[in-house]
Design a protein around this ligand. Structure first.
Ligand code: HEM
Ligand SMILES: *[C@@H]1O[C@H](CO)[C@@H](O)[C@H](O)[C@H]1NC(C)=O
Ligand SMILES: *[C@@H]1O[C@H](CO)[C@@H](O)[C@H](O)[C@H]1NC(C)=O
Ligand SMILES: *[C@@H]1O[C@H](CO)[C@@H](O)[C@H](O)[C@H]1NC(C)=O
Length: 462
């Protein structure tokens, strides 16, 4: 009797265990290669370190050399499938939202907000995207040129004029932030804007930190900064709404006014919380990504330290968006992105299990010698025949239904700034070593110092 009971007990324990092992091994066979590493943490620290020291490219290359274009690992608490290559880019950008959903790593979504567009899916994404895109359309953008121009000139007056050496990097970041404040928030110079800038900078410092929310961690300070930043923006929305109600004006000067007007027509369009989170999102996209483009223009790469920059340089180089595009190819502000598998997905003979994170390094195709010959050479002419480039190979702005809607905005801002910089000043690079890291966008560790002197005809810019 006892023996029967014992064997029954043993069987009841062993059978599920055997079944578990069987399902494990059978699904394992179809999982991509690679080790999941230490539970929860996995390879997170190693990747974060690579991102901070700007060796992420080498990190990705090493991984691809070891396992090929598809592999598995653990990042930020989630089992993750890593993807690389033009085919992978195409697969991600053409996948529908019922297969792959947008999901940022927790450190990013907790700091930036749950209602930010890059966290939204399906109908919510469509609705918020439509609101943002209507503000970033070229026809509307044209009307911002005078404001952008004014901001740039004020900025040069304050930060560049009368100085001998300027740290281009931090100063450019301030300018792109001011342009965003002016166009998105309708907020002119002053103490509120300065306050927003310092909170914003504190907030972004934690985006690549380990998400542990206890006092004295960067993550805790960033969460604090984020909630104070959002309180100020919420107050701005309320103030603007009451002004609009009194005046019954239907101005479309800034994004907030634009969205409040849209709310009046259809209250379901965007909630105030959504406006706040997406304003922060636009600050992030418009500030970090764009400023990293401006400071890394091709001029810097082609010049020896101490050599002057002239307008001729630019015209000889036929400075245009093509140059900027080549800059973005070599130094994409976003190395790739994250999604989440909504169901089991078959890809290239492997299974991406439901619930797993997907991380793809879209911009690694920029360095593929089969697509871009001699890929590390700076050569804007490679974009002259755009049509010869295979689709989903140049992806600095992403692709598909989530392609960056801010490209034209970034273009306008960059060209305005470059125009004033080269027509009003001569530059000399005083950089000793061209070293940069990430915070989380590429930054020059020494702030990219340049010696500036105003041109003769530069009397007053205002
Ligand atoms: C050089 C500058 C910029 C670059 C390289 C860039 C790049 C990107 C990329 C790669 C994505 C897609 C991410 C993904 O698929 O997960 C994206 C999305 C986005 N970008 Fe940009 N961006 C830039 C400037 C801007 C600016 C100036 C704005 C707004 C003023 C902006 C607003 C957005 C928004 C709202 C999204 C989310 C779109 C969606 O999820 O539907 N970006 N950007
Ligand atoms: C942020 O930190 C300050 C000072 O450390 C504190 O007074 C404030 O209550 C915090 N705010 C939030 C929203 O946590
Ligand atoms: C910072 O950490 C403390 C302790 O865990 C917590 O009470 C506080 O809310 C955190 N701050 C934020 C802004 O989350
Ligand atoms: C707004 O949403 C409510 C509830 O979901 C719905 O009853 C109403 O018809 C919607 N209004 C508009 C204008 O779409």
């Amino acid at each position: 009797m006892e023996i029967i009971l014992f064997s029954a007990l043993l069987l009841s324990l062993v059978i599920p265990l055997l079944l578990l092992l069987r399902t494990r091994t059978s699904s394992n066979r179809r999982l991509p290669p690679g080790s999941l590493g230490f539970p929860v943490i996995g390879q997170s620290f190693s990747l974060l370190t690579a991102l901070r020291t700007n060796t992420d490219h080498e990190w990705f290359e090493e991984r691809i050399r070891k396992y090929g274009p598809i592999s598995k690992l653990t990042l930020f608490g989630h089992p993750t499938v890593f993807l690389h290559g033009q085919a992978a880019n195409k697969f991600i950008y053409t996948c529908d939202g019922n297969t792959l959903a947008n999901k940022m790593p927790p450190s990013l979504s907790r700091i930036l907000g749950k209602k930010i567009i890059v966290e939204l899916n399906g109908e919510d994404h469509k609705r918020v995207r439509a609101a943002i895109v209507s503000f970033l359309r070229p026809e509307v953008l044209k009307t911002y040129v005078p404001k952008m121009d004014q901001e740039t000139r004020n900025h040069l007056d304050v930060h560049w004029r009368g100085k001998r050496e300027v740290q281009v990097m931090p100063v450019m970041k301030v300018l792109t932030f001011n342009v965003i404040c002016s166009l998105v928030l309708g907020l002119e110079e002053g103490t509120i804007r300065d306050k927003l800038l310092s909170l914003f900078q504190e907030m972004t410092r934690g985006l690549l930190s380990v998400p542990i929310n206890v006092p004295f961690t960067q993550f805790n300070r960033s969460l604090n900064a984020s909630s104070r930043l959002k309180t100020i923006i919420m107050d701005l929305i309320r103030a603007k709404r009451s002004i609009l109600e009194e005046q019954k004006a239907s101005g479309h000067q800034d994004l907030i006014t634009h969205l409040i007007n849209a709310q009046n027509e259809n209250p379901n369009l965007t909630s105030d919380d959504e406006i706040v989170d997406n304003v922060v999102g636009l600050m992030f996209g418009g500030y970090d990504a764009t400023s990293s483009l401006i400071k890394q223009d091709g001029i810097v790469r082609n010049k020896a330290p101490g050599e002057s920059l002239t307008w001729d340089d630019l015209t000889n180089m036929k400075y245009s968006w093509r140059v900027a595009t080549e800059v973005l190819r070599l130094n994409p502000p976003f190395f790739g992105s994250f999604r989440k598998a909504i169901k089991d997905i078959e890809y290239n003979g492997y299974i991406i299990p439901k619930g797993w994170q997907v991380m793809w390094v879209s911009s690694m195709t920029h360095m593929d010698g089969n697509i871009f010959s001699d890929p590390s050479r700076f050569d804007p002419t490679r974009f002259e025949q755009q049509t010869t480039k295979p689709p989903y190979s140049f992806v600095a702005f992403g692709g598909g239904v989530r392609v960056c809607p801010g490209g034209e905005f970034a273009k306008m801002e960059t060209l305005t700034m470059i125009h004033y910089l080269v027509t009003r000043f001569t530059w000399k690079l005083s950089l000793k070593e061209n070293s940069f890291g990430r915070d989380p966008m590429p930054v020059f560790n020494q702030g990219l110092p340049v010696l500036v002197s105003p041109r003769k005809h530069y009397h007053s810019m205002t």
